[in-house]
Design a protein around this ligand. Structure first.
Ligand code: B12
Length: 216
């Protein structure tokens, strides 16, 4: 899908109202929501990250772009969600302790909901004990964790250890994601899977639900 310049520029420039307007204009033309996300919105956030790294952008600009990304997601979320069907499975999702980045997590949630999963969003800066309590309360098949900071990646390990200590590890599959992660790290910390994109989250979640159904 070609880049929609108005949408891309609005996110890079941190203009929330224009970003939402651009999405609505594209939807009115019949453009596929996922094409907007992958073709224009994620590339815009990637470039914002680069600008920050190059010290052309600072935290206020990051925040404005984050807000514009969220505004652009608003009209898309209901279109990604399906309703009225039996959930494909239950997932709990959160950004781990210390991590306030939630754009990727929210995208993962939207895509999972779009694929028919019931998702309980634990939010950001989620402490290990909150993951544990949510597993007890909601009985999910899958736990999705996000970390965007190298310093918070280790919170994933601590969370998996807490889930293990609570005797719940065998009841759930654990998926991890976020820009600084890779497959090897996921294996080292004892996760069941790593996904680079929100689409990977759906593919892996589907595989894991099928696998756990066979195991039962
Ligand atoms: C927007 C942003 C912010 C916003 C966040 C707004 C929000 N509501 O989320 C704000 C301004 C709050 C922020 C704050 C900070 N940020 Co910041 N931020 C970013 C930025 C530019 C974009 C992140 C983003 O939203 N990307 C777009 C989404 C769609 O991508 P994603 O999160 O990776 O998710 C995708 C995949 O990873 C995957 N995925 C994600 N989760 C999961 C989970 C599963 C299970 C699966 C399968 C897949 C999956 O699917 C998603 C879609 O494909 C990145 C740069 C970058 N390019 O990553 C820096 C970045 C992450 N931030 C950085 C830093 C340093 C900070 C601050 C420390 C800055 C400061 N000095 O205060 C604080 C930390 C706050 C905290 N405690 O968390 C650094 C981290 C460096 C590092 N190595 O640790 C980065 C990399 C910028 C940089 N280049 O230096 N930030």
């Amino acid at each position: 899908m070609a880049l929609v310049e108005k949408l891309y520029d609005a996110i890079v420039d941190g203009e929330a109202a224009t970003a939402r307007e651009a999405v609505n204009e594209e939807l009115a033309k019949g453009v596929d929501p996922i094409a907007l996300i992958t073709g224009s919105m994620i590339p815009a956030m990637d470039d914002v990250g680069q600008l920050y790294q190059d010290e052309q952008y600072f935290v206020p600009e990051l925040m404005l772009s984050g807000r514009a990304m969220k505004a652009a997601m608003e009209p898309l979320r209901p279109l990604l969600a399906v309703s009225g069907v039996k959930p494909a499975g239950t997932v709990i999702a959160g950004a781990v302790k210390g991590d306030l980045h939630d754009i990727g997590k929210n995208l993962v949630i939207s895509m999972l909901e779009g694929a028919g999963f019931k998702v309980i969003d634990l939010g950001t800066d989620v402490k290990p004990e909150k993951f544990v309590a949510a597993i007890r309360e909601h009985n999910p098949q899958i736990v999705c964790m996000t970390a965007l900071l190298t310093v918070t990646m280790m919170s994933m390990k601590t969370t998996i250890a807490a889930i293990e200590a609570a005797g719940l590890r065998d009841l759930v599959k654990i998926l991890v994601g976020g820009a600084p992660l890779n497959d090897r790290f996921a294996r080292e910390i004892g996760a069941d899977g790593f996904g680079e994109t929100a689409t990977d989250a759906v593919t892996l979640a589907r595989q894991m639900v099928v696998a756990s159904a066979h195991a039962n």
